[in-house]
Ligand binder design. Structure first.
Ligand code: FAD
Length: 466
């Protein structure tokens, strides 16, 4: 990067351009996972599509690698890399709603909370994740599971169109590039920088939320009940579980606080007055030690997970799809919970299916729609000295469950994986199609700081044809 090139770039760029010597550089490079404190060469804080174009062209001309930061939440820390140009979209968070068309237009740096804040006053929402400070961009491009997914499908299923800055600096609309839209619906950040997402919205009203906590000795029976309940529940219900150390919330019995426990949560999206009856079958057969239930606005549901996963802590995640919640699987979950190394860690799991699996398999890049369960060991801790034991715990949890895995994985939860894992995520045919689309839109693999799908011409030659 020459001083002249940098000066020209700064002159044409509308937002702040930060170098390591700038006072705000140290904070701006930080992302959600405190494990990834890296040193980009330049942080380009974009304020418009024109800025994104300029940043892409500057990076290419300077021969510097590129990272793209949406919400900065990816656990693998792909939004930031040493020596790279970070194309930072965190100043581009505008959302406009077309109530009549039931569509939202969201800029590429939006957080889920930005989208909900704009849509819920209209009684509308786009299905998305469960923590409001997660980035919309990374979540949508990788898929997007959440409370509404069983009823309406994934976030990527609601992506109607997008404005994208490509690796050559051109700007395209997906209306004229259907293959690009197909790839953006689950293929991750491989194909360009999305500056605008146009998303279909759904009607949402208040929801009935019911959570129960069980001591670990009751977890086996409660999980068997959960399996029965979840696998026959209507699409208006979404039930999730977590195994963790109980917190200090007022409704948790004093005897369980600080102890490993199971929590089950059932959310009913239908008429609120029917919520209690709809979820009762989960909680009545194996009674929790305590439970809490109430009707709440959808926006409040969307922020319930916020406090548990704050910015700056250390995180390490391992995740898989599970084919079943068998007695062996349950035993593995209970063992891992008993062995948990940090009071901030959790094993989260949920039964999926519903509308997720209703979308025809070929319609988007998102794979494994029929996966029954997803399970994620999320290690979270504070002290870098405790890295090894927490990372080992997450890995050991996945090893315990490996025999019951469905295959593949959710691309947005990948961390610390060999390259072959990305192929495994998509399966050979879908991966080959994505590599072909990558060849068309990013033949030089500029956008490679992600769960990378190299362009077709860069793919390793199969052994048989060598
Ligand atoms: P970033 O770290 O900003 O970016 C990750 C990658 O996405 C980048 O490397 C880039 O390749 C790509 N990218 C980002 N922005 C753009 C853009 N505008 N254009 C092109 N590429 C871009 N997932 C779910 O499905 N459901 C959940 O409920 C859920 N909950 C979560 C809760 C927490 C606390 C966390 C940390 C994650 C959660 N996730 C969930 C996973 C989440 O989907 C991923 O972490 C996702 O990558 C976050 O997107 P981001 O924009 O914040 O990521």
């Amino acid at each position: 990067m020459t001083r002249d090139a940098l000066a020209v770039f700064k002159a044409e760029f509308g937002g702040p351009v930060l170098l390591p010597s700038d006072p705000s550089y140290a904070d701006t490079r930080r992302i959600w996972n405190g494990m990834h404190l890296r040193e980009p060469a330049v942080i380009a804080r974009c304020t418009s599509t024109a800025d994104v174009r300029a940043a892409v062209r500057f990076a290419v001309a300077s021969g510097l690698p590129v990272t793209v930061r949406g919400g900065g939440h990816n656990v693998a820390g792909t939004a930031v890399a040493d020596g790279a140009v970070m194309i930072d979209l965190s100043l581009m968070r505008e959302v406009t709603v077309d109530r009549g068309e039931r569509v939202a237009h969201a800029q590429g740096g939006c957080l889920l909370g930005d989208l909900d804040a704009a849509t819920t006053p209209h009684g509308l929402a786009c299905p998305a994740g469960v923590v409001s400070h997660t980035g919309l961009a990374g979540l949508t491009l990788g898929g997007g599971y959440g409370w509404l997914a069983r009823k309406w499908g994934l976030t990527c299923d609601h992506l109607l169109s997008a404005e994208v800055v490509l690796a050559d600096g051109s700007v395209v609309e997906t209306e004229t590039h259907p293959d690009l839209l197909w790839a953006l619906r689950g293929g991750g950040g491989n194909f360009g920088v999305v500056t605008r997402f146009t998303l279909r919205l759904r009607e949402v009203g208040p929801v009935h939320h019911w959570a129960g906590v069980y001591p670990l000795e009751d977890a086996g029976a409660a999980l068997a009940r959960y399996r029965w309940f979840a696998e026959q529940q209507s699409a208006d219900l979404h039930a999730v579980g977590a195994m963790k150390v109980a917190g200090e919330q007022g409704w948790i019995p004093a005897a369980l606080r600080g102890k490993p426990v199971l929590t089950l949560t059932s959310v009913w999206l239908g008429a609120p007055e029917r919520g209690q009856a709809a979820s009762a079958a989960l909680f009545d057969a194996v009674r929790p030690a305590a439970s809490v239930r109430r009707v709440m606005p959808y926006a409040e549901l969307q922020a319930l997970g916020d406090h548990g996963e704050p910015h700056g802590n250390r995180y390490f995640t391992k995740s898989c799809y599970l084919a079943e919640l068998s007695a062996d699987t349950i035993e593995g979950l209970v063992e891992s919970c008993a062995d948990i190394r940090s009071p901030l860690s959790a094993i989260d799991f949920e039964y999926l299916r519903g509308a997720i699996g209703d979308v025809p398999d070929g319609e988007s890049a998102f794979p494994r729609r029929a996966a029954p369960y997803i399970c994620t060991a999320s290690a979270q801790w504070l002290d870098p000295g405790h890295d090894p034991e927490n990372i080992s715990w997450a890995r050991a949890t996945m090893s315990r469950l490996a025999e019951h895995a469905y295959g593949g994985a959710y691309v947005n939860y990948l961390q610390d994986e060999p390259d072959s894992r990305v192929r495994d995520v998509y399966g050979d045919d879908r991966y080959a199609k994505l590599a072909g689309i990558k060849q068309r839109y990013d033949p030089g693999n500029l956008f490679r700081e992600n769960q990378n799908i190299p362009p077709r011409s860069n793919q390793p030659v199969p052994m048989s044809s060598k």
